[in-house]
Write a protein that binds this ligand. Structure first.
Ligand SMILES: C[S@@+](CC[C@H](N)C(=O)[O-])C[C@H]1O[C@@H](n2cnc3c(N)ncnc32)[C@H](O)[C@@H]1O
Length: 235
């Protein structure tokens, strides 16, 4: 008997809610509506589907900070993009990070994140498929994004804004469910962003555990130093 055969009715319902969220084609109104109704059961559902993305993303953030970022961990400014109910923030706090901000499309999910008490602020109604206009450039040392670059949610181009709000030589860490990476030609999109100097792939944990039914890739991108734009002035 395999894991799926042993599923109870609540396990099956959790999988169906997850699948429904993948079928919304990035439609912000429908996504916000779905997550409004899901916020109170989300954490329990994620335990049922074996979601371990938040733990892996937070541990990658810890490793990247130790390996590459000067200064104390508790002084590293982190943005948790699409923070949901705060599962990533809780893991980050457990690892010693203290300056954690979050945002989410869904106000109800962001409210759950605020209730964890680990975020400085967690804003709702922020859409990563658009401009993060309330977030100045180069504000964060690290930006994490778990379970958001996924089917029916945010397009790979969302990485542009994540890179913009992260400081030069800072890092963006993101999960991509395998089927999302394949259907969005994620690696090709990353190559375009690299050619444009938006970000540089630094590491990838391929085919890591994510949910029971599917693995994910976990990406670490470095934000390059900005090359100053050429001017028209000639000597
Ligand atoms: C699967 S949950 C992951 C939440 C959290 N990062 C975690 O790992 O537990 C996906 C989250 O992305 C949010 N989301 C979906 N589309 C979004 C968008 N366009 N901009 C910002 N957040 C979005 C949803 O509201 C939801 O909270």
């Amino acid at each position: 008997m395999n894991t799926l055969d042993r599923q109870t009715a609540p396990d099956q319902a959790a999988r169906e809610r997850m699948k429904a969220s993948h079928d919304l084609d990035g439609d912000a109104v429908r996504l916000a509506h779905l997550y409004r109704g899901w916020a109170s059961a989300f954490d329990q559902d994620q335990a049922r589907v074996g979601y371990c993305g938040p733990l892996i993303v937070a541990e990658l953030a810890g490793a990247v900070q130790t390996a590459y970022l000067a200064g104390q961990r508790n002084a590293i400014a982190i943005l948790d993009a699409g923070c949901g109910t705060g599962l990533v923030g809780v893991e980050l706090e457990r690892l010693g990070f203290r300056l954690i901000d979050g945002f989410d499309l869904s106000e109800e999910m962001a409210e759950k994140a605020r209730q964890t008490g680990v975020y400085r602020h967690a804003r709702g109604y922020v859409d990563l498929n658009g401009q993060l206009s309330d977030y100045p450039s180069a504000s964060y040392d690290l930006t994490v994004c778990c379970g958001v670059l996924t089917l029916g949610h945010v397009r790979p181009d969302g990485l542009r804004e994540l890179a913009r709000v992260t400081r030069p030589n800072g890092f963006v860490i993101a999960s991509t469910r395998k089927s999302y990476a394949e259907t969005t030609f994620f690696e090709d999109q990353v190559r375009c962003l690299q050619d444009e100097g938006v970000l540089l792939p630094a590491q990838c944990l391929s085919n890591g555990r994510y949910v029971a039914e599917e693995d994910a890739h976990y990406w670490v991108f470095r934000v390059p130093e900005k090359v100053s734009a050429p001017t028209d002035e000639r000597p």
